[in-house]
Design a protein around this ligand. Sequence first.
Ligand SMILES: [Zn+2]
Length: 334
Amino acid sequence: MQIGTDPRWAVRVRGLARGEARMLAGLGDLVEVPLTRLAHEHDVEPARAQELFDALARTRVLAPPVENRRGVDRDPVPARLGDDLQVRSLLLADADGAAQIAGRARRSVRIEGLGRVGTVLAGALATAGVGTVVPVDPREVGPHETGVGLTERDVGRPRSEAVAQVVTDRAPGAVTSSGADGPDVVVLVDSYATDPERARAWRDAGVAVLPVVVREADVVVGPFVRDDRGPCLGCVALSMTEVDPDWPLVAAQLCSRGRREPAPQESLLAQVAGAFAAAQVVAALDGVEPATAGASFELALPQCVGVRREWPVHPRCACTEPPLGVPEVTPASG
Ligand SMILES: [Zn+2]
């Protein structure tokens, strides 16, 4: 008998008596069933049933204990996050999805640049339980930006206001303004190239930065810049300059063009890229190494399959300098 389908935990169980097989078949997907009742219904000895369930629990094919899925010492997880809770619990060694979701509720993400990609990203983060999502963009919603998160009714509204409403519609109680503590992650959504100055300012302030760059028919997500680990955007710029000495000039022109006439954001690409960027941010907030750490993913139309590109730490980048230590002071010897 095979139980589970995800190869990370699917198992095949051999040597089952007929009643035992029926008992295991009675386990529904993500449905809670009292073990003793199931054993009794199928005439399986309680000790044997316990043995089978323990074996399945070790392979993580069974959903974790209910207290780990609901959290006994915490606020209950909102019903709208029930599926997230179930599935996320499977991915954790301690099966404590409730703690993970409670952790997200305390985290803050700022999104600068609210076309369709930024709107999808903001909505996805709110839906996944991130407690504070701050959408920032001084421009107004244009008619071409609706259909993905925003609607006709939003045309002409300030984008930050319209996207803040998407966030609170998805997650009642979510905060959409920045607090005193500042964000944990800033996502910069730009057209054609990331503005290195903006990225550097956040990095210098100790905030993780995920660049998302919309180009003609693809979107580049990453590399995720966090603390002193891995390459920063300065490293990327230096690597680019080795290939094309004019890159700094070209990048400046691309940024300026992007501000003047932002790249169009095709609907499917925007949704894939926005959701992918959200998965990267949530990974970082959950303490999981994001796939975009040290790498970018180019998601290109028509099929939006991501192509990974790795970026090295550049030896000439200022980020590789060791931090200034406490100066050593010794008495001058006579
Ligand atoms: Zn660097």
